[in-house]
Write a protein that binds this ligand. Structure first.
Ligand code: FMN
Length: 245
C-alpha cells in the first residue's frame, strides 16, 4: 500500500505541514505502508494554461512538459493521498492550488449535475486514491479553516475519491518554533503527534480513522490568548527599525 503526501508549503521540509505529515506517514509505515512526501516547492509545476487540450485534442494528457506527469503517476499509483497546506490568506497556498488545477486531465469534459444542484466533471480513470487533507494555521481560534472546510465540502461533492481524514491544526507555529511556547504545551504537542501517528496507522489498517482519534488530533494546544500574547511578544523582538521611506 502506498501513502503519499503532497506538501504545498513554500517552507518545504522546514514546514509545520511537514511535521504533521511526517507523523501521519510514520503511523502509516508502522501499519505496513510505503510512504512518500513530495515537497511541491521543489518541483517544476507550471500553471494550467486553460487551453483544454487535455479534454479535446489530447484527451487525458496535459501538453505542458514539466514534473507534473510523473507526479500524476505517483498520485494515481497511491492508495492514499494527502494534500497538506498552511492557511494562506484564509485558504490554501498558491502552490497547492496550482498543483490541484493541473489535475484537469483526470476529469472528462461533460458537465454532470448532483442532486443538490451542484455540478461536476466525471473522472477519467477507474481508480482514484482515497484522500486526506492537512491544514495548519498561524492564528489560534476556530475560524481559520472556514473557507478551506467549505472548499473541501465542495471537493467531496465533485470528486470521486473518498476523504478519510481532515486535519485542521490551529496555533501551527507552536509546533516547531523556538518562541516561548513551552511547558505544558510540549505535552499537548506530543499528544497531537501521537494521535496523528495513530490516524496514519488506522487509515492503512482499517481504511478509516476513528472519531476518537480525530478528536485527539484536534485537542487545544494552547489557550488562544496565551498563543496570541506569545506570538506578539516574539514579533516585538524581531521587528527591525526601518529607515524612513
Ligand atoms: C502569505 C501568508 C498568508 C497567511 N495567511 C494566514 C491566514 O489567513 N490565517 C492564518 O491563520 N495564518 C496565515 N498565515 C500563517 C501560516 O498559516 C502559518 O505560519 C503556518 O503555521 C505555516 O505553516 P507551514 O510551516 O506549514 O508553511 C499566513 C502566512 C503567510 C506567509
Amino acid at each position: 500500500m502506498q501513502v503519499t503526501v503532497f506538501n504545498g508549503s513554500p517552507r518545504g521540509p522546514k514546514s509545520n505541514s511537514h511535521l504533521i505529515a511526517k507523523a501521519l506517514l510514520e503511523g502509516a509505515r508502522q501499519a505496513g505502508a510505503q510512504t512518500e512526501e513530495v515537497f511541491l516547492i521543489q518541483q517544476n509545476i507550471k500553471h494550467c494554461r486553460g487551453c483544454f487540450s487535455c479534454w479535446g485534442n489530447t484527451p487525458g494528457i496535459c501538453i505542458i512538459k514539466d514534473d507534473m506527469a510523473a507526479l500524476m503517476d505517483l498520485y494515481l499509483e497511491s492508495d492514499y493521498v494527502g494534500m497538506a497546506t498552511p492557511v494562506y490568506g484564509m485558504l490554501m497556498t498558491g502552490l497547492l492550488k496550482n498543483f490541484t488545477d493541473r489535475f484537469l486531465p483526470l476529469a472528462t469534459p461533460h458537465i454532470r449535475k448532483n442532486e443538490d444542484g451542484s455540478f461536476y466533471h466525471q473522472g477519467r480513470v477507474k481508480h482514484f486514491p482515497r484522500q486526506f487533507f492537512v491544514a495548519n494555521s498561524g492564528f489560534p481560534g476556530a475560524h481559520n479553516f472556514d473557507l478551506l472546510k467549505a472548499y473541501y465540502e465542495m471537493a467531496k461533492k465533485a470528486g470521486e475519491s473518498p476523504i478519510v481524514l481532515e486535519v485542521y491544526r490551529n496555533c501551527g507555529e507552536a509546533l516547531q518554533d523556538p518562541r516561548g511556547y513551552d511547558g505544558p504545551i510540549r505535552e499537548k504537542i506530543d499528544q497531537f503527534y501521537h494521535a496523528l501517528k495513530k490516524a496514519g496507522s488506522e487509515m492503512v489498517a482499517k481504511g478509516r480513522v476513528s472519531e476518537d482519534t480525530v478528536k485527539e488530533i484536534h485537542i487545544e494546544l494552547m489557550d488562544d490568548e496565551a498563543y496570541m500574547a506569545e506570538a506578539n511578544r516574539y514579533w516585538d523582538g524581531q521587528i527591525q527599525e526601518t529607515k524612513d521611506q
